[in-house]
Design a protein around this ligand. Structure first.
Ligand code: GAL
Length: 674
């Protein structure tokens, strides 16, 4: 069994990407001295260093990296997360192999001069990547600084798929393996439509630019193929590292909840890495950034199967790649970092250690800013380093969740293809909205694949899963039959794994469990609203979508009061076996989601949490070293979080009984007695 925790790291990870090649070696001395001052325990190095390590084909210069790793380890005891630099092949490589540059769907070939310009089917790229990985593994397998391998960087961005001729040939091989015969492929893709039938695998290309909408089965399979191709590349590097450097865990940094990186099926990736690591940046689009952060952390933990994971990158303050990049408010960095730790991260790492003076990311914040040590950011970094250190006993504990939300990247790939009933329906919007509603009820969420065992959860929420296999539908039915409470949002369970509509009335995969059929979708025009009224006279608002729902066993709780669907059920509940299955057929606003989830939570016997203010997070980690209650106060008011046990607050050392005081904007972590 490969190791799953960074070798030799006895504390939580605290540090960041360190790019010393951007600085003269005299600066390195200052770097490591300041790292010690800040309590840095691990840094990520060498991620973009291929051009320095192999300055010309077959000529290597490892001297600087030897000196760097020695400096980190010998004098300062700092562990290294060592990159394989395969996300940034050198200029000489592209001169020799221009066809390794990726091609877009419209036939444009990217140029060298940034990073991540890679066709992952290209044999020359694969050979060169294997070679540099082998050299690094051979040289550093036994280096005492080496704690973790960091393969590549953020697979899936900036290029998620290439459409060149080698990818076309690779795709044909993948299709042959997947379908066996071209007849099976014709059936799955529905090529009888628009005369798209293939007589041979050789006739098939990637879904390149077509005059109008292309075949959805082909487009969906290309997403799967592109994801599998990235994973083949990762696995090839990982296997070299496992063989040559046994005992050192291998990771690659994910970006689980970032909608900009939705081309990677992290359920599959989570099974391939030794340690799940994640990068998270606040998206400043006017929404509550800490809710998206909590969601990303919960999703990362779920991808890790509930095991501890590691936040490998986040920012000390503003980033530089959004339209507006606000600085973090005083205290916000620590709140962000420790909120990740609460939800399972074994530390908090940043991009990057020292702010660059040159290059594309010079305006991105860092641990050591342009302004040096006499800055707020630096002082907060030093303070955070000490806070993180005081939490070292939480290592190995697991975050406890209350409910599950189903999540499936493949379903989104299908849903986001063209020509759907409404372009305003965005499945990710529903996932965010349901998550936020659960967050506001102070419930901790695990995410789960639709075919996963759900029996541990009293409540399971399906925000928008357009693609759902028959197996997933049966899984949900069994879950409800056995006493679970299920809440399903509209336009779920519609198509199978090939984007073919399930046989019979909608929603094919969920008809039985929901006890209803949907006769017709009735999407709303932009800015239209529908009123829906409940049995107690309560009124909710729907947007974007409505439906002609026909109950077939389900009871109607709310009814459309106006619009084309007036008089039809809007929200239903089906009692089945020991459990119940709720259906919401419109896009409810936050108030509506809260009302429905409140009643469903009652069905699930989840006690409402009435004693915590909005935006005060309480999350528990538990394990052999104890139970740790994290309270994160995102508000501007001091608050008290009730405790039903006594304990010791780890950041202040104070005893806590009955409650823990959490001053405005801060975090408290209580280790409960016993
Ligand atoms: C990450 C990337 C880092 C850095 C960072 C800036 O996605 O892995 O190398 O670019 O973004 O926010």
């Amino acid at each position: 069994m490969p190791e799953t925790t960074p070798k030799g790291l006895t504390r939580l990870a605290f540090g960041g990407d360190y790019n010393p090649e951007q600085w003269p070696e005299t600066v390195w001395q200052e770097d490591v001295r300041l790292m010690r001052e800040a309590g840095v325990t691990m840094v990520s190095v060498g991620i973009f260093s291929w051009a320095l390590l192999e300055p010309s084909p077959g000529a290597y210069d490892f001297g600087w990296l030897d000196r760097l790793l020695d400096l980190l380890h010998d004098d300062h005891g700092i562990r290294a997360d060592l990159g394989t630099p395969t996300v940034a092949p050198p200029a000489w490589f592209y001169r020799a192999h221009p066809e390794a540059l990726p091609v877009t769907a419209d036939g444009t070939r990217y140029e060298f001069g940034s990073r991540g310009a890679i066709c992952h089917s290209n044999a020359d790229y694969r050979a060169a990547a294997a070679n540099i990985t082998t050299r690094l593994a051979t040289r550093y397998a036994d280096h005492p600084a080496l704690a973790l391998w960091h393969v590549h960087n953020e697979y899936g961005v900036p290029v998620s798929a290439c459409y060149c001729d080698s990818c076309a040939a690779h795709f044909r091989r993948w299709l042959t393996d997947t379908y066996g015969t071209v007849d099976a492929l014709n059936e799955a893709w529905g090529t009888a439509f628009w005369g798209q039938r293939y007589a041979d695998f050789d006739q098939i290309n990637p879904p390149r630019l077509t005059p109008t909408v292309g075949n959805p089965g082909q487009a969906l399979d290309y997403k799967r193929f592109a994801d599998a191709t990235l994973r083949e590349n990762f696995v090839a590097e990982r296997d070299i590292l496992h063989r040559l450097a046994p005992g050192i865990p291998v990771t690659t940094n994910f970006m689980t909840a970032l909608s900009q990186c939705d081309s990677v099926d992290y359920w599959a990736w989570g099974r391939e890495v030794d340690l799940v690591t994640n990068d998270h940046y606040l998206i400043t689009d006017g929404r509550r950034t800490h809710v998206n952060l909590a969601m990303a952390a919960d999703l990362t933990r779920s991808v890790a199967g509930g095991a501890p994971w590691l936040l490998l990158e986040h920012s000390t303050s503003g980033v530089n790649w959004q339209p507006h990049n606000p600085a973090k408010a005083p205290g916000q960095m620590a709140r962000n970092s420790l909120a990740h730790v609460a939800r399972g991260s074994e530390g908090a790492m940043f991009f990057q250690w020292r702010q660059s003076r040159r290059g594309a990311e010079k305006f991105h914040s860092s641990m050591l800013p342009h302004g040096g040590t006499d800055t707020r950011v630096w002082r907060e970094v030093v303070e955070l380093g000490s806070a993180v250190d005081s939490l070292r006993t939480i290592r190995g504990t697991r975050t406890r969740a209350d409910v599950a939300v189903l999540w499936d990247w493949q379903s989104w790939w299908a849903q986001n293809l063209q020509w759907r009933p409404s372009e305003d329906h965005d499945p990710r919007e529903r996932a965010d909205a349901f998550y936020e509603a659960l967050y506001d009820r102070h419930l901790t969420v695990d995410f789960a694949h639709p075919e996963a065992d759900l029996s541990a959860y009293p409540l399971v929420v399906v925000p928008a899963l357009y693609l759902m296999t028959e197996a997933a539908g049966n899984n949900l039915k069994e879950y409800v039959d056995n006493g679970g409470t299920l809440v399903v949002s509209y336009f779920s369970g519609i198509v199978d794994e090939h984007d073919a509509v399930h046989d019979g009335p909608y929603p094919g995969a969920l008809r039985d469990v929901l006890g209803l059929t949907v006769e017709e979708f009735s999407p709303l025009l932009k800015d239209d609203r529908v009123r829906i009224t409940g049995p107690d006279g309560s009124e909710l608002t729907g947007e974007v979508w409505s439906e002609f729902v026909v109950p077939r066993g389900a009871e109607t709780l709310w009814t459309y009061a106006d619009g084309l669907t007036a008089g039809h059920p809007a929200v239903t509940r089906h009692r089945l076996g020991e459990g119940s299955a709720w259906y919401v057929s419109t896009r409810l606003t936050a108030q509506g989601l809260d009302a429905v989830l409140g009643l469903a939570a009652d069905d699930a016997r989840i006690a409402p949490c009435t004693d915590l203010p909005r935006d005060v997070e309480v999350v528990c980690r538990t394990g052999e070293s104890g139970t740790f209650l994290f309270a994160v106060n995102h508000t501007a008011l001091d608050t008290k979080v009730p405790l039903d046990a006594h304990g010791t607050e780890l950041l202040t050392g104070e005893r806590a009984a009955g409650h823990v005081s959490v001053p405005a904007g801060t975090v408290r972590v209580v280790r409960l007695d016993g």
